[in-house]
Ligand binder design. Structure first.
Ligand SMILES: [Fe+2]
Length: 183
């Protein structure tokens, strides 16, 4: 299924949430494609990366984020696993895992329990190279009015630092795998 058709099924074209999702997802998909290109590894599934990046935030409409046109009941951070549920219903298991695992620098079951986060207590960590690439690419873009602007790597690192030490260690280990990820 075409990712844009899926987005259009859940977000009304012309609405604020649709506009934001389309611009953000395209920015992340392009960044992810660029990171993948730099790796020169034929085993990396580039078509999958593009489609999964377009769909990674499909769950935002379930959340309470009026600033981006989303009027659901769930806390914003739930958009990952809710997106996973939605994509699984469509039979897109691999894309679903990208959605669940892209939040922050991934989350361990331990972090979810210790921080008392409103999430199912299970590991939500990017594991495959495709999942890692999309999670990292996502960190370079926000959904605020400046959403086409790519953050610098130091901005990204500063944000990851606020998620805690474990996130920082994980993120740094991914940068070693991915190499040169900034512009
Ligand atoms: Fe995102």
């Amino acid at each position: 299924m075409n990712p844009v058709d899926i987005i259009n099924n859940y977000y009304k074209p012309g609405s604020l949430s649709h506009d934001i999702l389309m611009v953000h997802s395209e920015a992340v998909a392009r960044k992810a494609a660029k990171i993948a290109e730099g790796l020169d590894d034929p085993a990396i599934d580039r078509d999958f990366i593009y489609d999964a990046a377009k769909l990674h935030d499909i769950g935002i409409f379930y959340t309470d984020a009026p600033g981006i046109g989303c009027f659901g009941n769930y806390p914003y951070m739930c958009h990952g696993y809710l997106g996973r549920n939605l994509l699984e219903e469509l039979g897109m298991e691999k894309h679903a895992l990208v959605a669940e695992r892209h939040v922050g620098a991934g989350l361990t079951k331990k972090e979810i329990i210790e921080k008392d986060l409103p999430l199912p207590a299970r590991d939500m960590l990017p594991l495959t190279i495709e999942e890692i690439i999309i999670c990292v690419a996502d960190k370079f873009f926000s959904k605020n009015p400046d959403m086409k602007k790519e953050f610098s790597l130091s901005d990204v690192m500063a944000k990851i630092e606020t998620y805690g030490r474990e996130s920082m260690v994980r993120f740094e280990s991914w940068l070693k795998i991915l190499g040169d990820v900034h512009e």
